[in-house]
Write a protein that binds this ligand. Structure first.
Ligand code: HEM
Ligand code: HEM
Length: 172
């Protein structure tokens, strides 16, 4: 095996698209809430996109177990760091949506969603630690994703070892 399976590749790139959408929608939620314009549908769409990230990740971990992975690129310190970054990214793909669900359960968002009444949406999230955690995890995700992409760029343009092909649908 020299490449990830087709379904692993598809889920990797779909997850990236969902993350970009969830990040954008989450930032929008925060912004409109400060302008007193938050809507129920805004929270539902963000929760659905974020929830899809969790579903995709569970499916991906199952595919990973069933299909296996290509052998490690090497044994250098940087290769070990890359592996650690992958584990960190998987952890975040689970913890981030879970912390989002915790915000809904532990704040007025849950009640507002159940009743469909936007006036019940919280103006602030003080005393809701899940909100701080969710925000912090977004920052950690961005940092790890940047490190991950820099690694991919290094392989592609400096080492020129064809690593990107491992995460491509074009079969060798
Ligand atoms: C990987 C998936 C997710 C990403 C990338 C993401 C991203 C974000 C971002 C960037 C914010 C704005 C944080 C801020 O600056 O205040 C946010 C807020 C929020 N997210 Fe998520 N989120 C995800 C999943 C979820 C899920 C699954 C739920 C609920 C089921 C959720 C519920 C919320 C809520 C309630 C807020 C607070 C919005 C506000 O401040 O008014 N998130 N999210
Ligand atoms: C433009 C952005 C991205 C590029 C170019 C990229 C590229 C790659 C490549 C080439 C691999 C295979 C590495 C190898 O074979 O050792 C990979 C694996 C991986 N990527 Fe990305 N990636 C991107 C974004 C992301 C994002 C946003 C996430 C998650 C938050 C992510 C999570 C992962 C994980 C967890 C693996 C390890 C797969 C496994 O072994 O199960 N990637 N990525």
């Amino acid at each position: 095996m020299t490449q990830y399976s087709n379904r692993m590749v598809i889920v990797h790139w779909l997850t990236l698209a969902l993350l970009v959408a969830a990040w954008f929608l989450g930032d929008e939620l925060d912004e409109v809430r400060h302008e007193q314009g938050a809507t129920i549908s805004g929270y539902i769409v963000h929760a659905l996109v974020g929830g899809a990230v969790l579903l995709f990740t569970v499916a991906r971990l199952y595919f990973r177990r069933k299909d296996g992975t290509p052998p490690p690129v090497g044994q250098s310190l940087m290769d070990k760091v890359a592996k650690g970054v992958h584990h960190g990214l998987y952890a975040l793909l689970v913890l981030l949506p879970v912390s989002g669900m915790m915000i809904v359960v532990n704040s007025g968002v849950g009640k507002a969603l159940m009743s469909g009444d936007a006036t019940l949406l919280p103006k602030k999230f003080t005393g809701v630690p899940a909100h701080d955690v969710h925000e912090m995890l977004v920052t950690v995700l961005i940092v790890l994703a940047v490190v991950h992409v820099l690694g991919a760029i290094k392989h592609q343009f400096i080492a020129k070892d064809g690593l990107m092909e491992r995460m491509s649908l074009r079969r060798k």
